[in-house]
Design a protein around this ligand. Structure first.
Ligand code: MN
Length: 238
């Protein structure tokens, strides 16, 4: 199903009233006197917008927001957006945010809801490709870092309706799925009877440490060990 909803309804009086009602939970959680976060905004652009904010709160996460019916439908993605076709990430459905939030960056003071630093990680427009009756959305993002097709699925992980999944889809059906395409493993030492001799050879004792592959994608570096553990936070200097 192709879902086209750039209708007069969305921008009309009924749409505005619906948008106000949608933001009740957002307003209930925040005190406009105590947080620099925005509380309003409306848009009448052609293509709906999206934003992904890096939110360094109690726990670092990324907030994915899609413009829907006069507000920003929002999900907190703890591990960030999946990038390889077939890869998936938990996406926790949170309250709708006001349209103005799409340009918000700053510091939410300690003690306030979501206290911490908010930075825009990516933004742009998107095309809604499919909207399922259960709320599932397939969309094509046109951002500065991200370009391509993703699906949000209300997967109800652990029985919690807030626990959705965001899945990277193939942009082109000819692409391979599985995510194994770009999986490199660190080279391991090989047991040998002696060391090679001659010009061009050096050797050193084997020091203890970690064998790690560094991957750079969408402008972000990631360090992974041979057992595929993420050591990016452990070695920020690297
Ligand atoms: Mn957040």
């Amino acid at each position: 199903m192709r879902c086209n909803q750039t209708s007069a309804f969305r921008q009309g009086a009924i749409g505005q009233a619906a948008a106000v009602a949608k933001l009740e939970e957002y307003r209930r959680k925040r005190d406009p006197e105590a947080t620099p976060e925005p509380f309003g905004g409306s848009r009448s652009g052609d293509a709906p917008i999206f934003v992904i904010q890096r939110h360094d709160a109690r726990r670092l996460h990324y907030d994915l927001r899609l413009e829907r019916d006069g507000a920003l439908a929002s999900w907190a993605v703890p591990k960030g957006m999946p990038l390889e076709p077939g890869a998936r990430s938990l996406a926790v459905h949170v309250e709708d945010h006001p349209i103005e939030y799409a340009t918000f960056e700053g510091e939410i003071p300690a003690g306030q809801y979501g206290a911490g630093t908010v930075e825009i990680w990516d933004s742009g427009t998107y095309e809604l490709v499919d909207a399922k009756r259960d709320g599932g959305l397939t969309f094509h993002l046109h951002g500065k870092r991200l370009e391509g097709l993703w699906t949000l699925v209300p997967a109800k992980l652990d029985g919690d309706p807030k626990n959705w999944l965001v899945i990277k889809k193939r942009d082109d059906p000819a692409e391979q799925t599985g995510g194994s395409l770009h999986r490199y493993k660190p080279m391991l030492a090989t047991l040998a009877e002696g060391v090679p001799h001659g010009e061009g050879w050096l050797y050193e004792l084997k020091w203890d440490g970690y064998r790690i592959v560094a991957r750079l994608a969408t402008g972000e570096a990631e360090l992974r060990t041979r057992k595929d553990q993420n050591y990016t936070e452990r070695f920020p200097g690297v």
